[in-house]
Design a protein. Structure first.
Length: 145
């Protein structure tokens, strides 16, 4: 339900551009009800490509309006993808990324393609390499042995 709400709002935003924030006020009670029911808050300005999969949505997920996200993102639940308000910059996740349970990404930063972020990890800096696994707080690349 949360992804459906995001896709609907995104379509209206792209079609009505500058008028949509004012138009959104009329529907805000319904939007907030859907967000509360689904436990998913995806800002309509977030640019998310196709293939978004949210497992265990009852745990909740938040995605900032500043995010640009590639194809096939998998969120396990309890995830936050947001921007540090005290920093300006570019915020992008590549294709085929996955976040473990309660993983957090705080930008501005760039994450490459095929990046796996472990459960409870907190990513605060860019990892623009592909095919890596990030773990820990703050997240570091997992070394293979």
């Amino acid at each position: 339900m949360g992804v459906l709400l995001y896709r609907t709002e995104r379509m209206l935003f792209l079609n009505f551009k500058k008028v949509y924030p004012g138009l959104r006020l009329l529907f805000l009670p319904i939007i907030l009800l859907f967000q509360a029911y689904s436990n998913i808050d995806i800002h309509y300005k977030a640019n998310i490509s196709g293939g978004l999969l949210i497992l265990h949505p009852s745990v909740g997920c938040v995605i900032s309006g500043q995010a640009e996200i590639g194809r096939n993102l998998t969120l396990t639940g309890g995830n936050i993808i947001g921007l540090n308000k005290h920093k300006q910059g570019y915020f992008k996740l590549g294709d085929n990324c996955s976040l473990g349970a309660n993983a957090t990404i705080i930008g501005p930063l760039i994450i490459g393609d095929y990046v796996s972020i472990g459960a409870n990890a907190c990513v605060t800096k860019s990892f623009d390499k592909s095919n890596v696994t990030l773990i820990g707080v703050p997240a570091k690349e997992m070394k293979s042995s």
